[in-house]
Design a protein. Sequence first.
Length: 296
Amino acid sequence: MSYRELFVSPAPVFAGNQLSFEESRYVILGVPFDVTGTYRSGARFAPLAIREASLNIEGYSFRTGMDIEDLKIHDLGDLHFAGDAELTLGRLALVTQDLFDAEKVPVFLGGEHTITLGVLRSLDENVAVVSFDAHLDLRDSYLGLTLSHATFMRRINEDVKPAKILEVGTRAVTREELDYAEESGIGYLTARQIRKDGADKTAETIRDTLAGYSKVYVTIDFDVLDPSCAPAVPNPEPEGLDTTTLLDLLQAVCDKRVVGLDLVEVAPHYDRGVTAIQAAKTLFEVLCFLEKARKS
């Protein structure tokens, strides 16, 4: 029995498009985990809400000329999570390794942002990590925890040691995090700078930063968007990106080098479905970006 059979249960199918695991290229995995979340809880309900939204919006992408129905997708279901963060991340790392071994492109639906650490434990040091997020998440500890949604990126840098970390959309930080980013060579693009430069120039900056790296992992914390676009997130911050800018920047990142991605930090109970719809649409576009890049 594989780990994906041992630790995962079926759930409603993302986008209503279900091929067999063997036939698929993209594999959806929900990770309904939010044990370390603060301020507004409920990210554990996001995988189901995003799946429901994905069944009720159109799947054609004008940006790529593709339809989500054209893609080979398998929805694996949800990870069996535990109250213990390390146990959950350990299970996630094992299932993720299964998916990489099967040569799939995994797409993870969080859950809190801590899950990215579990995923990256299954990748080697040669990967570049691009994180779209209002926060740097580089604290050494938060509320007495060294493993949490506010510290996971520091743990990634120290424990996984990826080749590069670039954070995009930054606007909520501490001095400690800024100092650590400078000392560690972690790059970040603030939301303010992105608005000043515009999407095209920022996309060029991102492409230049990623030049030379053979593998890229993309993580999207949905609080990168302004609360006017995505109100239902656990830790909303003003002056965020708009949806169009986010998609423009994701299109610049999502090329043949992307080995996997996640979308995290949606707390669907804090609005009437708007944020879940935005999340589903974002995933539709990202998957179409990846498929078009693969075929080009």
